[in-house]
Design a binder for this molecule. Structure first.
Ligand SMILES: [Zn+2]
Ligand SMILES: [Zn+2]
Length: 341
């Protein structure tokens, strides 16, 4: 089968590899499509640990092509999505309901082969059957939506609050929709890209601040009667941006670190300021136990994703898709790898 294999830092190679065969409780998924994620770019750059060589791609939908002998709940032809962060179920963290800390996370598309390929092998426990009315493309967003749902749970928006979402890329768009659907009084988005700002307004932002044109911290204060927002969700993953997010929050407010910073990156913060202002710094990492709710968000149409898809590539176009992510030309939001294309 054809696959995009990350052989080392900066070495994403499209080539023929053997089609895997399911053993035990594994299922072989024929990939319908797979989203290209910021994490894939970080993997290619070496900003996030991978197990080379590895087929990247973790945001996928498809149908069952073959099942192992111990599979009981899925049959050939079933349409599925995958929670790529499957855990062992046996370790300290798994037994405490903290499975994303599991030391044996499958990490399809990161630690083991993912879905920039015609087929991907996953365990039955990681697969979720999907409804007929959910399209392959919409379904492929289940993992990012599950991450955003965890972020929204962590932000715990309360009635009457002002919230800031920092960053209106594809993940930011999901955060904006979830925040806009909660009973907050004002949703402020920080985003320098004019196209993304425009779309952010359409999906629920009350105000969009361009941090390249104005001091974003000052602008958030002006929008909140001089005190800052009760909750700030930083979706960006850039140290300087997080530093300003920590200063936009109101006394006693919450800052959620959501955006993935490069491993080893450091952020300058002032503990005196955070302590005396009683700021809570929270984190929301990946998608613990939120895949089912994310599927409900997509199937019900409450979270919309189709408007984000701006580019589709065959597997051979994977390096081009990564380049597009790096360059972010005007109008670009989300690329999908579509093996049948
Ligand atoms: Zn992702
Ligand atoms: Zn575990």
């Amino acid at each position: 089968m054809k696959a995009a294999v990350l052989e080392g830092v900066g070495k994403l190679v499209v080539k023929e590899v053997p089609t895997p065969q399911p053993k035990g409780d594994e299922v072989l998924v024929k990939v319908a499509c797979c989203g290209v994620c910021g994490t894939d770019v970080k993997l290619v750059h070496g900003d996030y640990t991978a197990n080379y060589p590895v087929i990247i791609g973790h945001e996928f939908s498809g149908s069952i092509a073959a099942v192992g002998p111990e599979v009981s709940g899925l049959t050939v032809g079933d349409r599925v999505v995958c929670d790529p962060n499957e855990s062992c179920g046996k370790c300290e963290w798994c037994r405490a309901g903290q499975a994303v800390s599991c030391g044996s996370l499958a990490g399809y598309g990161v630690f083991c082969d993912g879905a920039f390929a015609e087929h991907v092998l996953i365990r039955e426990a990681s697969a979720y059957k999907i409804e007929d009315e959910l399209s392959d493309e919409t379904a492929s967003f289940v993992e990012p939506v599950a991450c955003a749902v965890h972020g929204a749970d962590t932000a715990a928006y309360r009635p009457g609050e002002a919230a800031v979402i920092v960053g209106a890329g594809p993940m930011g768009q999901l955060h904006i929709q979830l925040a806009a659907a909660s009973p907050i009084r004002k949703l402020i988005v920080v985003e320098p890209n004019a196209d993304r700002a425009e779309i952010a307004r359409k999906v629920g932002a009350d105000v969009v601040i361009d941090p390249t044109a104005t001091d974003a911290v000052q602008a958030v204060k002006e929008e909140t009667g001089g005190v800052g927002a009760e909750v700030v969700v930083d979706v960006v993953g850039v140290p300087k941006v997080l530093e300003s997010s920590l200063r936009m929050v109101k006394n006693w407010g919450r800052v959620v670190i959501f955006g993935l910073q490069p491993q080893g990156a450091k952020v300058a913060m002032e503990p005196f300021d955070l302590l005396t202002r009683h700021v809570n710094v929270l984190t929301a990492w990946v998608n613990p136990y939120t895949t089912r709710r994310a599927l409900h968000c997509l199937t019900s149409g409450k979270v919309k994703v189709d408007y984000m898809i701006t580019n589709r590539f065959p597997i051979a176009g994977a390096p081009k898709a990564i380049k597009l992510m790096e360059e972010r030309p005007a109008g670009f939001l989300k690329a999908l790898i579509v093996p049948g294309k």
